[in-house]
Design a protein around this ligand. Structure first.
Ligand code: PEP
Length: 287
């Protein structure tokens, strides 16, 4: 049950791109960027029809870019549910992760109950569920904290203790997703939230499970804020929407986080971030 300390970068392609040919091109370019910065765990979640062909391009070993789904059905395979795509089907096409409970799916009808069922379906496979939680807005009396607590409780209510090491939580405040100005949460506020999420998990399932559960952040991440978010927000990785759609913007995120470190653990990032900050300070003093 050892927690993998590598930073996890997950791209959510939503309804992009339009063609398989384009998806292959983008995926190949992202793979190239990832290869230049070995040490991250990287995954792309494309639309369903692109999972199998991209999984074939995924590669093996350390330079693998994994593939994930953006959703799965809450139903078992084999039922008469036209249009549904089961978790086992998705896993059989090569996906390693499945996003569950994304706010855009919640907007289309997902609720705590269906999300808990989807998490269970994913956990029956070898895939890891990336369970999205996040408040629509922040009030001043802390109501949003209760919303987060309830979302955690509902989504993970049926996860057994032995399954928890597979679960990844993605904190995605809805107000920070898809912003034109790309203003994400501040790393200070994010850190507070990470502490709170860990506290909720600790209260419900205990310290061991709380400390091993990976927490990602998603919402207007770009190369400009990625490092601050990981290092000072104290998250284990990022769920990246628009900036993962093209290899250039995703590559820039690799570049700022990578910096040639051999192991891109949170610890290594913190060290290089502090070093860069001190260099800047010293240079300012010398002026
Ligand atoms: C998302 O939709 O999961 C997301 C984080 O989007 P964006 O990065 O574009 O805000």
């Amino acid at each position: 049950m050892k927690k993998n300390k590598k930073v996890l970068l997950v791209g959510n392609w939503k309804m992009n791109p339009v063609t398989l040919a384009d998806a292959r091109k983008r995926f190949a370019a992202i793979k190239k960027s990832a290869q230049a910065h070995k040490g991250f765990d990287v995954a792309i979640c494309p639309p369903f029809p692109f999972i199998a062909p991209l999984a074939e391009m995924s590669g093996k070993g350390k330079i693998k870019v994994a593939v994930g789904a953006q959703d799965v059905s809450s139903f078992e395979e084999g039922l008469s549910k036209t249009g549904e795509v089961g978790a086992q089907m998705v896993a059989s096409t090569g996906a390693s992760y499945a996003i569950v409970g994304h706010s855009e799916r919640r907007q289309l009808g997902d609720n705590g109950q269906t999300i808990a069922l989807k998490v269970q379906q994913v956990l029956k496979t070898k895939m890891q569920p990336i369970v999205c939680i996040g408040e629509k807005e922040r009030d001043t009396d802390g109501g949003y904290l209760e919303i987060i607590k309830a979302q955690i409780k509902e989504a993970l209510s049926t996860v057994s203790r032995s399954q928890f090491h597979e679960v990844i939580v993605a904190y995605e405040p809805v107000w920070a997703i898809g912003r034109k100005d790309n203003v994400a949460i501040t790393s200070y506020d994010l850190h507070q939230m990470v502490v709170y999420i860990k506290k909720c998990i600790r209260e419900m399932w205990g310290e061991t499970i709380s400390s091993m559960t990976k927490i990602l952040y998603g919402g207007s991440v770009t190369a400009d804020n990625a490092e601050d978010i990981i290092v000072n927000g104290e998250v284990d990785g990022l769920l990246i929407g628009r900036a993962s759609w093209d290899a250039k913007s995703f590559g820039e995120i690799f570049d700022v986080l990578g910096k040639g470190e051999k192991t891109n653990s949170k610890k290594a990032l913190k060290k290089s971030f502090t070093k860069a900050k001190n260099n800047k300070k010293n240079a300012a003093k010398r002026k």
